[in-house]
Design a protein around this ligand. Structure first.
Ligand SMILES: [Ca+2]
Length: 168
């Protein structure tokens, strides 16, 4: 969570600050820090997509040895797809990357979900369709064994907005 590859008290503090609105989480923070509830809600094996005090407490308890691996879901495979949201115009491409927690996968299956289409290759490079009649959304999905992660692609006939001006 704090980038050192282990779960420690400082991870819990970071999640707590996010839960209290003192810090804006990155896409990576939400994927890594969302450990509660376990089992997860909906299709999630773990977590509910938001960072709350429950997530911070679970990380704290686990880092202090008060929760077992099984209770914490430490052996679950968690899959994220980054960037989490992309805007693309006709024929534009985006490389998607896996954020994976857990054992290394034997294989990754990429797919595109949504009628607006497009194509994703086995390396995670998505290509938007050449014809985008109107703004529409598709989901890029990565399946790793029983787990999966998704990212949103907004298809816009006008292409992505220009980058914001620099701060000087
Ligand atoms: Ca959560």
């Amino acid at each position: 969570m704090t980038g050192d590859g282990r779960v420690a008290v400082d991870d819990a503090v970071k999640v707590l600050r996010i839960a209290l609105g003192l810090m804006t989480p990155s896409s990576t923070d939400v994927i890594i820090g969302d450990v509660q509830p376990y089992p997860g809600t909906g299709d999630r094996r773990i977590g509910d997509g938001v960072l709350t005090i429950a997530d911070a407490l679970a990380i704290l308890r686990y880092s202090l040895g008060l929760m077992t691996d099984d209770q914490f879901g430490a052996n679950e495979v968690v899959v994220g797809v980054l960037p989490g949201r992309t805007v693309l115009g006709p024929n534009q491409q985006q490389q998607f990357n896996l954020l994976l927690i857990g054992p290394a996968p034997d294989s990754v299956q990429w797919s595109v979900v949504g009628s607006a289409g497009g194509f994703i290759n086995e390396s995670g490079v998505y290509t938007a369709p050449s014809n985008i009649p109107s703004v529409s959304n598709v989901t890029v999905q990565a399946d790793v064994g029983p787990a999966s992660g998704t990212a949103l692609v907004v298809l816009d006939p006008e292409g992505p907005p220009p980058p914001p001006p620099g701060l000087g």
